[in-house]
Design a protein around this ligand. Structure first.
Ligand code: GUN
Length: 284
């Protein structure tokens, strides 16, 4: 039976570290502030934004909340972003996605100052990650790296396979594992011999957004399995991941559960990015 990687415990550990670092900044007279923008009332987004605000409270980060109606125009949203970019009391800006269809997400992401891009979605942040210079890293893949480090999973020289090539998870995940000296393969819907490739992985990371797509037959004996997916099982209140946990845990050495694995790490990563934003802006 695999050892469980406890994302809840590790995320609390990380948030406690951020809390201590934020308190130390406060002693120097520096406050950390995150602006959170939510457009419309998508129920999932409302829950996510609520959790982000709670994590700010926990870590001592100030949060400024902007809850805008569904009919908000692109121009109005861009104007608010400009104001927040120019407001020295705001260190980080987060626009919750998805946005209503009449607003161009790409344009909005590009408008956020790269110095305040705590989501790590701006092309400048992505470029910095690619060439290995200091900048903001997308919170979920950054959280996965922390999970691996704090669970003593050796990344140096490991054969890491990522299934999924999204801009938010798969691609930055590959860059981060490369930075840790892993040998990285990114698989996607056109990949041939997917099972064979997964079965050779020491570290297998799944982020494809399809419930229980990967079962134990894709996993090498003793491998570490990280499940980034989260889905509600139809007709129930239960959640599942992209991995069929029951069969995978019999083969894996270490595995993340859903819920309580990767999920809580995303917000912890965001809090750390807010702290980093304040440090960078103050030249620390
Ligand atoms: N929607 C789902 N995940 C995220 C995230 O990490 N950041 C933002 N801004 N929106 C999201």
């Amino acid at each position: 039976m695999a050892e469980l990687i406890d994302g809840k415990r590790i995320s609390t550990e990380l948030k406690d570290e951020v809390k201590a670092k934020v308190a130390a900044l406060k002693e120097k007279g520096i406050e950390v502030t995150l602006a959170v923008i939510l457009v419309g009332n998508d129920p999932a987004s409302t829950v996510y934004v609520g959790n982000k605000k709670k994590a700010c409270e926990y870590t001592g980060i100030n949060s400024k909340s902007f809850e805008l109606p569904e009919e908000t125009t692109e121009e109005e949203l861009l104007k608010l972003i400009d104001e927040l970019n120019n407001d020295d009391s705001v260190n980080g800006i987060l626009v919750q996605l998805p946005l209503p269809k009449h607003i161009d997400e790409d344009k909005v992401i590009r408008r956020i100052s790269p110095d305040k891009d705590v989501d790590g979605f701006h092309p400048e942040s992505v470029g910095r990650l690619s060439i290995g210079v200091r900048g903001f890293v997308s919170c979920t893949p950054a959280g996965v790296i922390e999970l691996l480090k704090r669970s003593n999973v050796e990344m140096d020289g490991a054969n890491a396979v990522i299934v999924g090539r999204s801009n938010i998870v798969g691609k930055p995940m590959g860059m981060l594992l490369l930075r840790e000296n892993a040998t990285v393969t990114i698989c996607h819907s056109h990949t041939k011999n997917l099972k064979e490739i997964c079965k050779a992985a020491d570290i297998l990371i799944i982020a494809i957004g399809q419930p229980k797509f990967i079962d134990g037959s894709f996993v090498k004996e003793g491998a570490t399995v990280i499940d980034v997916g989260i889905h509600r099982i139809e007709g129930t209140k239960k959640l599942c991941g992209d991995v069929e946990f029951e069969s995978a845990e019999k083969v894996a050495g270490k595995i993340t559960p859903v819920p309580g694995g990767v999920g809580p790490m995303t917000i912890a990563g965001l809090m750390n990015n807010c702290y980093e934003a304040a440090c960078m802006q103050k030249g620390l």
